[in-house]
Design a protein around this ligand. Structure first.
Ligand SMILES: *[C@@H]1O[C@H](CO)[C@@H](O)[C@H](O)[C@H]1NC(C)=O
Ligand SMILES: *[C@@H]1O[C@H](CO)[C@@H](O)[C@H](O)[C@H]1NC(C)=O
Ligand SMILES: *[C@@H]1O[C@H](CO)[C@@H](O)[C@H](O)[C@H]1NC(C)=O
Length: 373
């Protein structure tokens, strides 16, 4: 009897999937297209040769989940991987590693580690070219998408219907536009880069809407004053420079300023494009929780030191990167927020992804996923 009822339900569900359970069985997003930098690169930079930073291709990168280095700048999955999982989609294939017969209809990842929102020309002119990891800026990633588009959909009607159920992530990108002047120690340049970087993110978001995107998530920057890299490079003897979490106030201020300008510009973009749903992802708020109360999120080894790196006050040393000989990794990355000095651990990324997908760190909220992560 039980089996009979199950069979009836199963065949009913099979024949009339839309009618039986329109929302619970069909995920709201059928595809994800991602643009960005190392926060979401799932292999493009490594595939392109990773000449300026080959260490990400070495162990212990990837050790926690994939058991080998995949080109992701972490010990395991990134936020984009958790978001794809939540919507029942496969991990996004990196654009530069697509094979001839690969299914691209569930999404593609255009992000490249080290990428900037502004074109490389801007940094070359500012004398910062030696710091650039890659020249595959946001505009180049957009061109890749435009070239691929005819393989995704053809007629306007076809594209409208397909992109209506596609999620576009525009970033996080813009973080490196600030990082490169910081690497060079030029704070004047850092501050001068904020506005043009925000404008570049907005222009790309607008271009994607013109291409047919309707659901867009645009992330802001992290609290970079709590980043291992900044804490090491800008270590200060002056207690006043730090907040109660041990983060550098000035650098958190630069990130907050970037986010404020981005939010204002997104509001204008929403008014101009009522046909699109433009969401803001609050990486700053989501990550700040870890620094205020690390143990509450399982980060029992503290939030400021890197799990993997060279000798230094925060387990980071720019002459011995994680993955280079002489570096050391902690036994269990899930008790750390920071993975390699610049990037976060899988555990931290999972927690932020939960805060985006399940709320409250995306506004307006992402569509409800079939699986809570
Ligand atoms: C820092 O950047 C500013 C603005 O681009 C530039 O005028 C200045 O020469 C730079 N300073 C150094 C030390 O490179
Ligand atoms: C970084 O490592 C080098 C040796 O490779 C060492 O001389 C230097 O003191 C270290 N830096 C810090 C900040 O500890
Ligand atoms: C790592 O730490 C997490 C959180 O404390 C724990 O759940 C997990 O079992 C640990 N893994 C190993 C391999 O020790």
């Amino acid at each position: 009897m039980k089996i009979y009822i199950l069979l009836v339900i199963a065949s009913f569900t099979f024949c009339f999937p839309e009618k039986v359970a329109p929302n619970s069985t069909s995920p709201p997003y059928n595809a994800i297209f991602n643009f960005g930098d190392s926060i979401s690169d799932t292999g493009n930079f490594l595939k392109s040769g990773a000449i300026t930073h080959p260490f990400i291709g070495n162990p212990p990168y990837g050790q926690t989940y994939f058991k080998h280095a995949t080109g992701r700048c972490s010990d395991g999955r990134l936020m984009i991987d958790f978001i794809a999982e939540a919507y029942g989609l496969p991990f996004l294939p990196p654009k530069l590693a697509l094979t001839k017969d690969q299914n691209i209809h569930t999404g593609v990842n255009f992000a490249v580690a080290g990428a900037t929102a502004l074109d490389s020309k801007f940094f070359v002119e500012a004398g910062l070219d030696k710091f650039l990891w890659t020249k595959d800026s946001l505009n180049i990633q957009l061109d890749w998408f435009k070239k691929l588009k005819p393989s995704l959909c053809t007629t306007k009607q076809d594209c409208d219907s397909y992109f209506g159920r596609s999620l576009f992530l525009v970033g996080e990108i813009g973080g490196n536009d600030i990082n490169y002047p910081a690497f060079a120690g030029n704070i004047t340049q850092l501050q001068a880069t904020i506005r043009p970087a925000v404008e570049a993110v907005i222009k790309a978001t607008n271009d994607l809407i013109a291409e047919g995107a309707r659901e867009l998530l645009v992330p802001g920057n992290f609290p970079i004053g709590c980043s291992t890299f900044f804490l090491t490079s800008y270590k200060s003897g002056n207690k006043e420079d730090y907040d109660e979490s041990g983060c550098l106030k000035a650098f958190n201020g630069f990130a907050a300023n970037y986010n404020k300008q981005l939010n204002q510009a997104l509001e204008t973009l929403r008014q101009k494009n009522p046909q699109a749903r433009i969401m803001y992802a609050d990486y700053y708020g989501a990550a700040s929780r870890f620094f205020h109360a690390p143990a509450l999120y399982g980060f029992t080894d503290g939030a400021l030191k890197a799990c993997c790196g060279g000798v230094g006050p925060y387990n980071f040393n720019s002459s011995t990167w994680c993955g280079q000989s002489g570096s050391n990794a902690c036994p269990n990355a899930s008790t750390y927020v920071n993975w390699d000095g610049i990037h976060l651990t899988e555990a931290a990324y999972r927690s932020i992804a939960q805060g985006l997908v399940n709320g409250p760190f995306s506004s307006p909220p992402l569509k409800t996923p079939p699986i809570k992560i």
